[in-house]
Every structure is written in structure tokens, then in C-alpha cells.
Design a protein around this ligand. Structure first.
Ligand code: NDP
Length: 344
């Protein structure tokens, strides 16, 4: 079967494409430009004859951005829409930076598929736990975040901060996708994969020099001077390994009927910056003495008191999941960075 993957050069998308090629799917990937697509040449060293072609979509904010690609590939059976901006601060207009590409990109691909993708059976939108988090309930541990919870923050609050604006963009994009399917009743079903903060190795070492937003949080902890003053509490949230995120996307395509309308929320545990330091100090000898030790017990206490409660057991049952641990995910991220930097 043939899968269209948007944002094909992204951290998560490269792992998804790797799983798809390994499982025998053919892939049509979209990237903004040939320069952005270069990284995908590396698949030629992993697979003899990778069934992978690239198409160029310079700006997903444009409403008809995906029309040509979908028209040019009538053979596509499934679509994975991963492209969406994720950062903690660029530009000054959070609506242009986050909301327009997230919402227009999602509605745009659904519309193109409805109009021209007559072979498409299922579309997976990479949403986020950002669409689930209720920031008013972070310290209310009687409030359990599940697959049924939606981030309720209105735009007039979210717009003031890039992190919150990002969360808003993912929330509205996912809602728009679900509303689109309910209203338009297209000839395909959808599901969403909602990862928490994604860590783990870059699929190809070279992107280690230019890290995506979530992985860079670990990189930042690795660069703290040993005498940096604590406490090292924030960021503190839930995390998941990129390899498990990729497998969740793959599994939905292997049994699309089972996953129609599913909302797959992914988390393997909690982290804080202190947990990064704990893992780095105990498992990466090269960093010993160079970074702070902090206070491990205080870090655990901070998480217990300040980080939201969640239960994603519905997703775990659907996926039959056994996730990579948060400690192993942090370790894999950091080890690759250390090895890359010592070689360059
Ligand atoms: P990356 O930044 O590595 O990938 C994002 C992809 O989206 C890139 O291919 C990027 O292209 C593309 N993109 C962004 N904005 C535009 C635009 N305006 N026009 C065209 N393409 C665009 O991030 P991740 O791999 O981490 O994220 C992938 C998806 O996963 C996103 O939807 C994100 O919201 C979601 N997610 C990520 C989490 C994380 O912790 N990493 C957690 C939860 C969800 P380019 O490289 O050219 O900018």
C-alpha cells in the first residue's frame, strides 16, 4: 500500500517513514523544498531500493497547498499528516506562526483528499497531548487527563505565549479535523496520534546538529554549567519515545477499521529537567562533573506535586503497547548528542 506522509523531513516523520518502509509500504513524502528533502537520501543507505518519492509543498498554510500532490498520486491508500510548526518562540505573530499552518494544513489535506484522493481509506493526523492538557488542572490530581479530555484554553489567553499558542494550534487543528469528518462524511476515516513530549534518537545522526524543539530540551540540560543554580524543575511533563510514536502511526494503518475515530494519547512517564540530569549523571560518564547534579529527591517531589495526572489506558489497550521507558528515551537522546559532538 502507498502512504502519503507530510512534513517528511521532521524528527517524528523520519522515524515513521522508516517503520513504513521496513513494513513494506511505499511512501510519498512532502517537504518544503529539495534542500529540506536531502536528509531523506539517507534512506538509500538503510534500504536497497527504498520505495520513497518526494514532493514539494512550500507552505501548508495555503488552503489548496496539497491539491497537486494528491492529484499526482491517485495510488495513495493512506495519509499521515505530521507537518505542523513546533517551537517555543519565533516571530511575533503567534497566529501566523502556529495557528494558520496547523489548522489550514490539516483542513487543507483533508479537503484535497476528499476531492482528489479517491483511493484513500484512512488519514492519521499527528496531533498532540497539547490538545489534551488542561492547564488549570495541573496540580489538581483528582482530575485525570484521558483520551476524552480537551485543552479548553481560549485564544485570548493562549496568544500571549508561544508555548500556549502552539498548544492552542494543535487543539484547534485536531478539532477541525474531527468536525470536518463529521460534517463532510468523506470516503475515508481518520484517527489522531497525540504524543506527549517526544524524545529518543534522531533517525539520522546529522540532524543531531540541528535538533527539533523537544529533543533540544535534553540538549539544553546537557549544556548547563556544573555550578548552575537549581532547582531544575521545569520543563516538567509527560514524555514518550519517538520510536513508539512511529510504531503507533504504523499500527493504525495495519488495521484502519479498528482505529476509525481513535484518539491515541501517548505517554510513558513523567520527566522534569532534574530527571534529565539524573539520567545524564548516572549513565553518561562523559558528562560527569561538567553538568549540575541537582537534587533528585526534590525533582521527584516536584513532579508528584506539580505535574498533571493522566491515564491513557484506552490507548495502551488499543495498541497493545509496551513503551520504551522515559529514562531509556532520555539516555538515547543524550548519548547520540555526545557521540555526535565528539566526532564533529
Ligand atoms: P519537526 O519540527 O521536526 O517537524 C515538523 C515538520 O512540519 C517539518 O517537516 C516542518 O518542515 C513541517 N512544517 C512546519 N511548518 C510548516 C509549514 N508552514 N509549511 C510546511 N511544512 C511545515 O517536529 P516534530 O517531528 O517534533 O513534530 C511532528 C509533528 O508531531 C507535529 O505535528 C507536532 O506538532 C507533533 N508533536 C510533536 C511533539 C514533540 O514533542 N516533538 C509532541 C506532540 C506532537 P520544515 O522542517 O521545513 O520546517
Amino acid at each position: 500500500a502507498v502512504v502519503l506522509v507530510t512534513g517528511a523531513n521532521g524528527f517524528i516523520a523520519l522515524h515513521i517513514i522508516n517503520e513504513l518502509l521496513k513494513a513494506g509500504f511505499s511512501v510519498v513524502g512532502t517537504v518544503r523544498s529539495p534542500a529540506k528533502g536531502k536528509i531523506l537520501d539517507n534512506f538509500k543507505s538503510l534500504y536497497k531500493n527504498p520505495q520513497l518519492v518526494l514532493e514539494y509543498v512550500p507552505d501548508i498554510s495555503k488552503p489548496d497547498a496539497f491539491d497537486e500532490v494528491v492529484k499526482n498520486h491517485p495510488e495513495v491508500d493512506f495519509v499521515l499528516h505530521t507537518a505542523s510548526p513546533f517551537s517555543f518562540g519565533v516571530g511575533d505573530d503567534n497566529e501566523d506562526v502556529f495557528v494558520k499552518p496547523a489548522v489550514n494544513g490539516t483542513l487543507g489535506i483533508l479537503n484535497s483528499v476528499k476531492n482528489y484522493g479517491h483511493n484513500v481509506k484512512h488519514v492519521v493526523v499527528t496531533s498532540s497531548c497539547a490538545a489534551i492538557l488542561n492547564f488549570d488542572k495541573f496540580t489538581d490530581h483528582s482530575f485525570v487527563h484521558t483520551e476524552a479530555i480537551w485543552n479548553p484554553m481560549p485564544w485570548d489567553i493562549a496568544r500571549t505565549n508561544p508555548g500556549l499558542a502552539y498548544c492552542y494550534s494543535k487543539t484547534v487543528a485536531e478539532r477541525s479535523a474531527r468536525d470536518f469528518v463529521a460534517k463532510e462524511k468523506p470516503g475515508f476515516t481518520i484517527s489522531t496520534v497525540n504524543p506527549s513530549y517526544v524524545y529518543g534518537p534522531q533517525l539520522f545522526d546529522e540532524t543531531t546538529g540541528d535538533l527539533n524543539t523537544s529533543s533540544d530540551l535534553i540538549n539544553q540540560a546537557m549544556k548547563l554549567p556544573h555550578d548552575a543554580p537549581g532547582p531544575f524543575n521545569e520543563p516538567a511533563n509527560m514524555g514518550i519515545d519517538v520510536r513508539d510514536v512511529a510504531i503507533a502511526h504504523l499500527i493504525t494503518l495495519q488495521d484502519p477499521e479498528k482505529f476509525a475515530d481513535a484518539r491515541l494519547a501517548l505517554a510513558c512517564g513523567y520527566f522534569s529537567q532534574q530527571l534529565f540530569l539524573d539520567v545524564l549523571n548516572s549513565r553518561i560518564p562523559e558528562l560527569k562533573g561538567k553538568i549540575p547534579v541537582g537534587d533528585s529527591a526534590a525533582g521527584k517531589k516536584y513532579i508528584a506535586e506539580n505535574v498533571l495526572t493522566y491515564s491513557f489506558s484506552k490507548t495502551e489497550q488499543l495498541l497493545g503497547a509496551k513503551y520504551i521507558s522515559i529514562e531509556d528515551s532520555i539516555y538515547a537522546t543524550a548519548k547520540q548528542i555526545v557521540d555526535y559532538e565528539s566526532a564533529h
